[in-house]
Design a protein around this ligand. Sequence first.
Ligand code: NAD
Length: 500
Amino acid sequence: MTRMIPHFVGGKHVDPTGGRVADVFDPSTGAVQAHVPLASADEVRAVIANAEAAQADWAATNPQKRARVLMRFVELVNRDMDDLARLLSSEHGKTFGDAKGDIQRGIEVIEFCIGAPHLLKGEYSTGVGTGIDVYSMRQPLGVVAGITPFNFPAMIPLWKAGPALASGNAFVLKPSERDPSVPVRLAELFLEAGLPAGVFNVVHGDKEAVDVLISDPRIQAVGFVGSTPIAEYIYTTAIGNGKRAQCFGGAKNHMIVMPDADLDQVADALIGAGYGSAGERCMAISVAVPVGEETADALAAKLAERVAALNVGPSLSEGADYGPLVNSAAVDRVAGYIQQGIDQGATLLADGRGITVDGHEGGFYLGPTLFDHVTTEMAIYREEIFGPVLVIARAADYEQALAMASDHEFGNGVAIFTRDGDAARDFAARVNVGMVGVNVPIPVPIAYYTFGGWKRSGFGDLNQHGADAFRFYTKTKTVTSRWPSHGVRDGASFVIPTMN
Ligand code: NAD
């Protein structure tokens, strides 16, 4: 019988009570390896009730003790790193090494959150008036929800849970139904680390579950990462229901290649950033923008040579540069874009369709695909493909390249490769994109800075991790206190108090 992945509620595995399920595949073979329940609205309401019951005691636990739980959690994740990475790789399809990176990037944010006692400190001003002091404190919101995508099943849940838990909130995670096992393992490890039952819960599901999380009045804040249409829907619904929301969406990340750049370094960077994880990264580079025809011709040749040498294979095999896509629908969607690129007149330099991997004929594989002479009107330039497809969109000069990245509807990440510090500084200052790399192809900010895209890559006004995360998961209370000296009395005043 096919294994059923449980929910994790109130500190234990909980079997589904409803009947709806989804398949969880091994993308390397194409076989169904498990089923995941799709929770009913009532099941989700029961999870929220569990979280609500646990939250007050957790909030009353002092911040240092809360941080110690996170510290132990990091040790446990490191203890189990290889098993977690294998599990992640077997459901997602990314390579074992890349799966470890997914988990590592998550625990780096947890490590940052161990500093929560410092980050949660308020401000204090003494003597703002006679006998008057003012101070502020950051208090948890209550129960908060995270709704996360398939492509980082460890990292993104941890980016959300770390600051939420460190701040004293209880957390309900609705992970992707495509690779749901690692989130359940993380819940088990939180419990083992000493997190009280009910403070971190995992409920599996689809729109029916999500719609409860974004409407139930007991949920105070919603953190989402996924595609732009769903990000926008969740953001507008959640804020319409009076919740805080930060929702991060899709991307089309450009890499500007200046004529003075080291083109071998650029080509290596593009190959890794374009095809790593089969292009299923929100920070993948999907558009190369060489400046000038000479740069473009040389770069296209170097990329074509490297693409031909790429090795696509089962996610847990030695030597695979990247593995399969997450499911067959993803393969069909990406193949559809490749056809559109051909139909709209782009030059196909490498076609990844129709590849098979020996012994894994049912796997969801797509070879690396490379287009040249792509223009800004084409669908393969405008839309997020989310697969192993890199397009070269040539720019006549620096200003045109800058405008292309700035004018695109997505504004997640961007990179410039150059030896010219002046150009790099100008680019970083002027480009209309949230995260910028200078000679760095995937500029995912480190844990103590914030992560967030602009334009239609992000909805909401605070970013993930860094200081913003603690602002998002807490509310500020400000206390004005007065201790009049013995015998000093002002009498009643009918005008607004000022500092005069
Ligand atoms: P998705 O939007 O399909 O799903 C994300 C989450 O939303 C999942 O938990 C899913 O169950 C839920 N969901 C799906 N349809 C829904 C609906 N109609 N109503 C309510 N909830 C729904 O995204 P995905 O395919 O899992 O992930 C890939 C996308 O995520 C890409 O667009 C990628 O760029 C984006 N992404 C963005 C970032 C970022 O930081 N900006 C990071 C990672 C991934």
